[in-house]
Design a protein around this ligand. Structure first.
Ligand SMILES: [Zn+2]
Length: 209
């Protein structure tokens, strides 16, 4: 697991740790290593902008962001090219799954708003590995949604910088970026690379008192 420096409870998995939402044995192992509970809360991701609060572990239904206000309850999203974001406040944390559709729908500001509405000021955010503008070839129907974030792949075709767009939405927060490209990194799942069903996780938690 990759631990963004300076974060209280944040980790990003790789293709070795796999999809820990469904792989209970590996989740146990990883949880022990991180010193957190093995029962996590997750959502069925639908590329929208709904945010849910985790009060219990398990499947919280269809949503693309989760926040938590209690310690001992890890929350997770899983991705393979989409942008995983972890947000920390003093006594709350959030995880966000932002593909281009969710990003365009405003899932990142929706998660920040949910934290603020619950009385928590977002302090810092970690943007995990995602497909970069180097490789995210898209058509005009996508680039048109992200003015200012049009880019070019390393092979010269139109692309869009979704991690950059997400970073730009984290106004006033301290932002850490992995900047690792899922498409070119052999250690990370990429749907664009091989249409894999596998996902790597982003998990957040509030450290115990
Ligand atoms: Zn790339």
């Amino acid at each position: 697991m990759m631990r963004p420096p300076g974060f209280a409870g944040a980790a990003f998995g790789t293709n070795l740790t796999g999809d820990l939402r469904i792989d209970a044995a590996n989740r146990d192992l990883v949880s022990r290593g991180l010193g957190i509970a093995a029962d996590w809360a997750f959502v069925r991701q639908v590329h929208g902008c709904r945010v849910v609060e985790a009060r219990l572990p398990g499947d919280l239904g269809e949503a693309d962001a989760i926040y938590v206000q209690r310690s001992g309850l890890p929350i997770a999203v899983a991705t393979a090219d989409c942008v995983p974001v972890i947000v920390e406040a003093h006594r709350a944390a959030a995880v966000v799954h932002a593909g281009w559709r969710g990003a365009a729908a405003g899932v990142v500001p929706a998660a920040l708003d949910a934290l603020r509405a619950a009385g928590h000021q977002p302090l810092r955010a970690a943007i995990g590995p995602a497909i970069g503008p180097c490789c995210y070839e898209v058509g005009a129907e996508v680039t048109d949604r992200f003015p200012g974030f049009a880019a070019e792949t390393t092979w010269g075709s139109p692309s869009v910088d979704i991690p950059g767009f997400v970073a730009d939405q984290l106004v006033g927060l301290e932002v850490w970026r992995s900047d690792e490209c899922t498409y070119t990194s052999p250690g990370l799942h990429s749907w664009r690379e091989n249409q894999t069903e596998q996902r790597q996780v982003a998990v957040a938690w509030l450290p115990g008192d």
